[in-house]
Design a protein around this ligand. Structure first.
Ligand SMILES: Cc1ncc(COP(=O)(O)O)c(C=O)c1O
Length: 344
């Protein structure tokens, strides 16, 4: 057995196939690289503190006003700003038990209390979340689709939830993987923004746009929320080349369509292949699959088998489940390797 198993995240010095961080296996839009090279002389100047050009393009795309958009150095930096500024010592946030690690990690860093909502058959159940919320709940974090389970909640569920919640509680809908959705009952969260000023939708350039290394993401919300975040975020953290690449990629429909199409094809292939081999795998609306096991040991055996074949996947302890594995959907070659490896 190789000694690589001690690494839970990608080891950059190894020639492992990266299936641990839900990156785009097809890279980034070629337009991003061209724009970076064409604008390389900008590196000696400070970025636009207001991000006016990118915010206007994002506003046009979402059919909202520029004042409804905030840009951050990755959507995780917007999450950080919200946690550190919106929640005081006697208040708390609510998060689903198996979800994106940053919510809990950042709450711990800033000494913010959190309540954990149990999952319902690996799904985020908004009625369970509702029961945990009271007048001291300042933020609720809901990844949709959920990372790592790939499950979604539907438009009507979200509408009912937000109608009932205290208007002083901000509901954060984290849609980092929204482009990969194929279920038509997925919420049109932006349409709900007009009616619910306590809602914010987060999006990322790290996933389908393939710009994870540049760190850029954004939020869409009522101006009151946006202004509060803008006033509290560290200035100049979004670097000039990240902005240039985001602008160049935003409307590269060829690259986005290619990525969606191939992800769906590969997701179907890998899901069916794993099911055929007898694995417990959740249907996914995203660019990763969630495998759950009866024991941690059983999970570890599969993880080791994959890593010995050069396939880096992710153990789910940090996400709240020690008996599960998440596999990012790679390209055809990677997925065939997974099936071949696990067929022995
Ligand atoms: C649900 C979710 N939100 C946000 C992020 C982070 O996005 P960014 O790279 O824009 O900070 C991730 C990354 O894995 C994620 O899974």
């Amino acid at each position: 057995m190789s000694n690589k198993t001690k690494y839970d995240t990608v080891n950059y010095t190894d020639k492992l196939i990266r299936l641990a961080q839900n990156e785009n296996p097809y890279g980034a839009s070629p337009k991003a690289a061209t724009a970076i090279l064409e604008n390389i002389n900008l590196i000696s100047i400070y970025p636009d503190i207001k991000q006016l050009k990118l915010r206007q393009l994002l506003a046009d795309k979402a059919n909202v006003n520029i004042d409804n958009i905030v840009v951050g150095a990755g959507s995780v930096s917007i999450i950080e700003t919200m946690i550190k500024t919106f929640v005081s010592k006697d208040e708390h946030i609510v998060i689903p038990k198996i979800s994106f690690t940053a919510y809990k990690v950042l709450a711990e860093i800033y000494g913010v209390h959190f309540r954990i909502a149990e999952m319902n058959n690996y799904r985020t159940d908004l009625s369970i979340i509702s029961k945990l919320c009271d007048e001291k709940t300042k933020l609720v974090f809901l990844a949709n689709p959920n990372n790592p389970t790939g499950t979604i909640f539907h438009h009507d569920e979200l509408k009912q939830f937000i109608e009932k919640i205290n208007p002083n509680t901000i509901v954060v809908i984290d849609e980092a993987y929204v482009e990969y959705i194929s279920d038509s009952s997925f919420p049109n969260s932006i349409a709900l923004l007009n009616k619910y000023p306590n809602l914010i939708v987060l999006r990322s350039f790290s996933k389908i746009y393939g710009l994870a290394g540049l760190r850029i993401g954004y939020g869409i919300a009522h101006q009151t929320i946006i202004n509060k975040i803008e006033n509290q975020r560290t200035p100049f953290t979004i670097n000039v080349l990240a902005t240039v690449a985001a602008i160049a990629s935003l409307n590269d429909n060829d690259f986005i369509t290619y990525s969606i199409k191939n992800n769906k094809k590969q997701r179907d292939y890998l899901y069916a292949g794993l099911k055929n081999l007898g694995f417990n795998v959740l249907p996914s609306q995203s660019n990763f699959l969630y495998l759950y096991f009866y024991t941690k040991l059983e999970r570890d055996v599969i993880y080791d088998q994959l890593i010995d074949a050069g396939l880096q996947t992710r153990k789910m302890e940090p996400f709240g489940d020690e008996k599960a594995l998440r596999i990012s959907i790679g390209d055809e070659n990677a997925n065939q390797k997974i099936i071949t490896c696990l067929s022995h």
